[in-house]
Design a protein around this ligand. Sequence first.
Ligand code: MG
Ligand code: ZN
Length: 219
Amino acid sequence: MKRIVVEKKILEKNDDIANQIRKTLDSNHIFGLNVMSSPGAGKTTLIERMVEIFKSKYKIAAIDGDLDTQRDAQRIAALGIETVQINTSGACHLDSSMVYKALNDITLDLDLLIIENVGNLVCPASFYLGTHKNVVLISTPEGDDKVKKYPTMFNVADVVLINKTDIAQFVKFDVEKVENEIKELNPHALIYKISALKNDGLEPFLSWVESNIVSVKNQ
Ligand code: MG
Ligand code: ZN
């Protein structure tokens, strides 16, 4: 019982700070997007594609969560956008206080803030970061049993991207089964099949992102 109370308090405190982040994003008309998945599912590659497409049109910054390295942040910064690395020193998720601090290092003259969460299908789902939307990637080499094993993550998703679909047949990943399980669990989530590496099938997702950028800009 005691443990549950402590966890509840941590999450309440997290939500308070996240609500402040959300106010900052809203008052500056910045669309905030939280990108989550297990390690190696393609978050950084997806973010690279988004930045390549949008950077000539919109002002973008990224916050990159990682246990210890700067590898992902360096890849994103190489595309010429402002990128802040958060090293969690072993913590397996980002929380709102980390993002709040990182935001202090970012110029808020922005249209889009992308947050790459720590690669983990469990606790990132429970820590609201003040972003407007959540995108969750599931990649085919992970296996097609993940949706029901990690329901919280797929429940908080606004969009689920099934990534690496180009190799689905080689890793025996049943795309249709996964789609059906997502729909059953979270009927509101949009589902798109992509290959971020091959730049395949990304158009519907990118137009979803753009419509969100525009609506937050105009709100
Ligand atoms: Mg990454
Ligand atoms: Zn964690």
